[in-house]
Design a protein around this ligand. Sequence first.
Ligand SMILES: CC(C)(COP(=O)(O)OP(=O)(O)OC[C@H]1O[C@@H](n2cnc3c(N)ncnc32)[C@H](O)[C@@H]1OP(=O)(O)O)[C@@H](O)C(=O)NCCC(=O)NCCS
Length: 182
Amino acid sequence: MIRGALTALRLVSQTDLPLLERWFTDPQIFEYWGGLPKSREQVAAEYLGIENGDEIVLSFVVERDGEPIGYIQGWSDEPLIGGIDLVLVPHARDRGYGSDAVRALALYLRDRLRWNEITVDPLASNARAIRAFEKAGFRWERDAPDHPDGPSLIMAFEPRAATKPGHAPAGPESTSVDPAGD
Ligand SMILES: CC(C)(COP(=O)(O)OP(=O)(O)OC[C@H]1O[C@@H](n2cnc3c(N)ncnc32)[C@H](O)[C@@H]1OP(=O)(O)O)[C@@H](O)C(=O)NCCC(=O)NCCS
């Protein structure tokens, strides 16, 4: 479990497949995630967790007080460089949970897995996502007008509070990380 201040991230397992299938066939979710519904087989193949050579997808269910409220993944196709994507269910949006979850995962990828470049790529039109990523510690890096999803921004994780290697920052921004355990 990776713990943020408001949310917890739990590694996806087989038992989450019905839930993920329900989410990824809901237009209010998949409109932000490729634009098409995904079958259970696709979800299982793509989001159950992939580690195949340099390709890594770390998949988590975002929880708030034990209730599943979204899906978040860290992905990488070259060593120590990668990105984060997430989507929350509609009723959980605009409550600070998205920025909390993405910050918690970025801190885990940076401090525990030692990724040295972590980006997000919101559509330039997605003002809420851009604001949420700014709150989480991401900063505009460049425009990506030819991004496959449409004109986008590339934002890089630049947390204000630098941390010593292996130590999460103290205080309200503290994030505890133990993806294998609870
Ligand atoms: C994007 C998403 C993950 C953000 O998570 P969230 O919990 O809703 O975001 P937060 O509540 O942490 O922050 C949202 C911020 O955007 C602001 N905001 C909301 N709508 C906005 C708009 N139309 N324009 C500008 N800012 C907006 C909120 O006021 C808040 O900022 P504030 O705290 O300074 O007031 C979530 O909204 C979501 O799942 N959206 C659909 C999927 C998606 O867009 N995914 C990102 C793809 S890159």
